[in-house]
Design a protein around this ligand. Structure first.
Ligand code: HEC
Length: 182
């Protein structure tokens, strides 16, 4: 291909890309910012001390509740799609706004997992704390969250019926067997 022809193609490609970039600025996913708390919000279903609520507010709720506080750059695409992916994925795993509607055993397990994730520094996501510096938890904040989450997890577990625990154990064993077969 001679170089003039190549330049022509490169120029046209660039123009198409620029137009696409402009067009996607007008396309945004629905916002995840409900105004009112649902009845199944964790703060309505269980006692959550103010200090713990503050921690969840600044470090978890943007991705694990129906109440995201959007940063200014969410107005820029494709950034908003990327944020939305995290929110949808995070909420799919754990949504504190609907926590009270989960089965008790599941609630108990999710809280235990949350404590583990925070203890190991997996949550909040590092891509998040890179920008949200205030979401980096101090050792004291971590300990506060851990003891609250583990206490509540145990309290809830104590209310689960023995039959349910037995059925869950069977399910887990079954899953383990399936995984070993693979
Ligand atoms: C920037 C978004 C974001 C923030 C902030 C965040 N998470 Fe997550 N969280 C995710 C995503 C995405 C996943 C699913 C993928 C993964 O596990 O990495 C997840 C997974 C989890 C899981 C795993 C659930 C399971 O059953 O495996 C737990 C528990 C969790 N987060 C708790 C927390 C807690 C507690 C906080 C606050 C201290 C927090 N997360 C902050 C996005 C986030």
């Amino acid at each position: 291909m001679d170089s003039r022809k190549f330049k022509g193609i490169a120029k046209r490609t660039l123009i198409v890309l620029l137009i696409a970039l402009v067009v996607i600025q007008f396309i945004h996913p629905a916002k995840n910012n409900a105004e009112t708390l649902t009845a199944s919000d964790i703060t309505k279903a269980y006692p959550v001390p103010d200090e713990v609520q503050k921690i969840m507010q600044k470090a978890c709720n943007d991705c694990h509740s129906n109440h995201t506080t959007y940063p200014w750059y969410s107005r820029i695409q494709p950034v908003d799609w990327w944020l939305n992916d995290h929110i949808q994925e995070g909420k799919g795993e754990l949504n504190f706004s609907e926590f009270g509607s989960l089965a008790l055993l599941r609630q108990s397990k999710k809280l235990k997992k949350a404590a583990k994730e925070v203890e190991e520094g997996e949550m909040p996501l590092s891509s998040y704390t890179l920008i949200h510096r205030d979401a980096i938890l101090t050792e004291a904040e971590k300990q506060l969250f851990l003891s609250w989450a583990r206490d509540l997890s145990q309290q809830i577990y104590a209310k689960v019926s023995p039959e349910e625990i037995e059925a869950d154990k069977k399910r887990m064993e079954e899953r383990k067997k399936q995984a070993e077969k693979k």
